[in-house]
Every structure is written in C-alpha cells, then in structure tokens.
Design a binder for this molecule. Structure first.
Ligand SMILES: Cc1ncc(COP(=O)(O)O)c(C=O)c1O
Length: 490
C-alpha cells in the first residue's frame, strides 16, 4: 500500500521520492536503450491480452507503478532510435531534449499567463522572434508554440478564414459564419497533409471546401494548374480564402514553389499558409536552405520540431507574418489576460494560442540550439537529405527494387518488384509490398512505411536519424528483399 505523500514539493521526503522515482525510471530507460531489438514484435491481440487495467484501489506506490509501466509500456515500445525504424516522420530525440523534459515536467509551468510561467513566457517569445528572423519575417513576436503541425495548420486556416470575412466587414468571431459557404474554397496540392481537410471540416466549411491542385512529377504544386483553378473559381463565383502550400510533403518530401505561389496569391489577394512541418528544418540547413526560397512572403507558417529538429513529442510552432491578424482571435479572460495586464505590458501568451493550459515545449528547442549550436544542427539535418540521395542511387542499382520517386528531403519511396513480373501484375506487386511492410514490423526487426504514391503502393524510408549510415540501409534493404521473397514463398 502507498503511504507516501504523493506530491512533488520542497519537503525532504518528497525530494527523496522524486530522486528515487527519476533514478528508477531513467535506469529502466537505459536498460531499454540497450535492448538490441527494434520491437518485440507482438501482435495487436498479444498486446491487448498482456496489458491489463487492474488498478489497485489502495495504490501500489511509485516504485511498483514504475515497474509495471516498464512491463506494460516500455518493454513493448518501438525503439524510435533504432537504425531500422524508418517508417514515419517520427524522430529519435536529442539527449538534451530529454533533460529539457525533466525541467519542463518538474516545474510544470503553464504558458497561458505570465503569472504561471514568467521566465518561460519570455524564453518562448524570444525564440519566436528568433524563428521569425530565420524565416525572413519582420521583427516582432507574432507566433506561438503549438502541439504540432495539425494545430498550427488549424491556426493558419482559421485566421485566413477570419481575415477573409473581416475584409468584408464581418466578424466570424462575433457572429459566426454567414453567406453561401459552399462557395468558399481553400486550395492545396493533392499531396498536402490531410489536416487541411480535417481542419476545414472543423472550421465549418467541410471537406468540400478543399480544392486539390495538380502536382508535377516531383509531387510539387503545379502553379499553372493553380492559376487555372483560380480563374475557374472566379468564373464559378467561388471565393478562395487561402492557399496552403506545403514545404515537405509527408511522403515525397516535396516542396511547393513558394515564391510563385505567393506571387499568384498576392495578385488575387489570397492568404497563403505554408505547412513547413517537415521542410521547416531546412531553415537551419547549410546545404539546402534555398529550397525554402520565398517562405518569407507568406502570411503564416507551420513549423514542427518533433520531426527533423529531433525534439521529443510534442513541439511545434505557428508563425504569423502580421501581428494585427491576432486581433481576429482576441479573447480577454479577466483571470488570465486582462486589459489591465495588457496596458502594463504583461505578456500573457494565451492571447496567441488556441490552447489555454500549455506545456513549455519551447525550452526543448532553446536547449537544443544551446547544446548543439546551429552548425551541428545543420549537419544532422543535412545528413538525412544527403543520405536519401545516396540510398536512391543504391536502390537504382538493385534489380528487384524500383525507385518510385527521386528523393527531395529525407525520404525514399521505392518498391520490391521481381524483375521478371510483367506490368499486368501491378496489383500483386502492391499487395506484396504491403505484406512485406507488415511482416517486417511483425518480426520486430524493422519498421518501414507502406504508403501510396501516384496510385502506386510502395515502401517508404524516412531517414531522419542522423546516426544511420548507407551501410545500415543496405542491410535493411537486404532484409526487405529477403522478407518479400519469404512472403512470396512462405
Ligand atoms: C506535412 C505535414 N503537415 C502536418 C503534419 C501534422 O503534424 P502533427 O502530427 O505534428 O500534428 C504532418 C505529420 O506528419 C505532416 O507530414
């Protein structure tokens, strides 16, 4: 039975309990890190059976709770740092990000108001100023840390929607949506992230409001098609409230032509939001920063640090070019961001966020930049992009592997395809690749993505991990081939 005071506080007994709990947990992490397997390979049914919810009404105490978490959670977690764990935009994390989590968690500051997070509020604001500078925005602090790309995209689309209505003298915030809503459109490429659709549904305009623009052979938005669709929209009496450009599509890593899109949008007085959840990492790159040419021209930007900035989940940001647009979501709560406080210049970040209570995730990026410096950050980001190019070259030389698209960021799309199979067997090839991906995860040896690109079911390597080498990937590809052969001849 647990009899200890469970609260973290200044008492000696609490401090001792804290130290013990943290030491026990970090020791468990060390043992887990030493495990050679990527995953224990348990099936859904096995894990469902194993994980028992049987809380003891008397409580077990910290030590036993940690032991049980090791059994139920840690042992069967996926090793995201493993060289063969390359399915998703799911990064291994920086050691310093772990240290930041200790500080964030123990202090439990909340970013909504100054009186809940004084130093944290200023650190976040200074980091936003720094990020704006990196992007090429004017001086200022319009922007905020978010839970990730989905929320940042929601903020961009919401402010675009409300700015659109405001231009017509209407406040969505006060009066809700009015007019012929079926005529309101958002344009994005056919490879944009699905959160555009989900967010438009949330914003009351539905999936029907999303018009997909064609892409070129590198999965980048086709600006000719965009121009044509804008003309068509005008002819149909439709109104385009935003264009969402993507800097780093989830699978292909494609970066839309930001400058051209911004130019077209400016000619038509349309808000541009850039979803740079993945490609935003190139802001720190030494070799590839120019891929983001034109990003400084757009109205709002999504950045995600729990992707190729190697921060623990969650950690994202939203940047807004013109601070005045924050007025569109202004809400003053007497207990958090009163007028009195504002007049005194007290920064209460709740005014800039969709969230109220909010974690101090900014500290992770701050400490990452402090610890690594921009130079090392650039090196580990560029590593993934360069490695993807080398892997593509290698795949090209393998008779049974087929490159589905030339890499642009750190992902490689390819498939296993027996050289002798004729084109009529494409459906079988798709199934074979799906089954190969599934079998790899089930074996616990590798996590390779399975996705679809241009109607082709393929495998995906997302090469974020800066410790992974071409040799590691050659081993992985040999395993992919072997597994595919086993799927064919069980
Ligand atoms: C391009 C892009 N945008 C947005 C998101 C959503 O980001 P999050 O998962 O942080 O909400 C993702 C996720 O992979 C993404 O790839």
């Amino acid at each position: 039975m647990s009899e200890q005071n469970p609260i973290l506080s200044s008492s000696l007994q609490s401090i001792e309990a804290y130290q013990q709990a943290i030491a026990q947990s970090s020791e468990a992490v060390v043992q887990w890190l030493k495990q050679p397997e990527m995953y224990q390979g348990k099936s859904v049914a096995e894990l469902r059976e194993r994980i028992r919810l049987d809380f003891n009404p008397q409580g077990l105490g910290n030590q036993a709770a940690i032991e049980r978490a090791v059994e139920y959670f840690l042992k069967d977690s996926l090793s995201v740092h493993h060289p063969q764990c390359v399915a998703h935009l799911h990064c291994p994390s920086l050691v310093v990000s772990q240290a930041a989590e200790v500080l964030i968690n123990a202090t439990n500051q909340s970013m909504d108001s100054w009186d809940q997070s004084p130093s944290a509020t200023l650190i976040e604001m200074k980091l936003i100023e720094w990020l704006r500078n990196l992007v090429g925005y004017g001086a200022g602090d319009a922007g905020v840390f978010t839970s990730g790309g989905t929320q940042s995209n929601l903020m961009g689309l919401m402010l675009a929607r409300d700015a659109f209505f405001a231009r017509q003298g209407h406040s969505v915030q006060q009066d809700g949506l009015v007019g012929n809503l079926r005529k309101m459109k958002v344009f994005c490429s056919e490879h944009a992230h699905f959160s555009v659709q989900k967010n438009m549904a949330l914003l009351g305009l539905g999936y029907q409001s999303v018009t997909l623009v064609k892409t070129d052979r590198f999965a980048r938005m086709d600006v000719g098609d965009l121009a044509q669709k804008l003309e068509q929209a005008k002819a149909n009496g439709e109104q385009v409230m935003a264009i969402v450009a993507t800097a780093g599509t989830t699978d292909a890593g494609a970066i839309d032509p930001l400058r051209d899109i911004a130019r077209l949008a400016a000619e038509n007085n349309i808000w541009v939001h850039v979803d740079a959840a993945w490609g935003g990492a190139l802001l720190l790159s030494e070799q590839y920063r120019d891929y983001l040419d034109g990003i400084e021209l757009v109205d709002s930007i999504t950045l995600d640090f729990h992707k190729q900035f190697f921060q623990t989940i969650s950690c994202g940001a939203f940047l807004l070019k013109e601070a005045r647009h924050y007025e569109l979501m202004r809400y003053q709560a007497a207990y958090l961001n009163s007028e009195f406080d504002e007049e005194q210049g007290v920064p209460n970040l709740v005014s800039k966020s969709l969230q109220t209570t909010r974690r101090f995730d900014a500290l992770k990026l701050w400490m990452g930049l402090e610890a690594l410096g921009q130079k090392q950050y650039a090196t580990i980001i560029d590593h993934g992009v360069s490695l993807a190019q080398d892997v593509a070259h290698y795949i090209h030389e393998q008779p049974a592997l087929e490159l589905v698209m030339q890499p642009q960021l750190a992902s490689v799309l390819f498939r296993y395809r027996p050289a002798e199979w004729p084109p009529e067997k494409n459906a079988d090839v798709a199934l074979l690749n799906q089954k190969t991906g599934d079998a790899l995860l089930e074996s616990g040896r590798a996590n390779v993505g399975v996705t679809e690109h241009g109607g082709v079911t393929c495998l995906k390597l997302t090469l974020l991990n800066p410790t992974v080498t071409l040799e590691d990937i050659k081993i992985l590809l040999a395993l992919v081939e072997k597994t595919a052969r086993q799927v064919l001849n069980p």
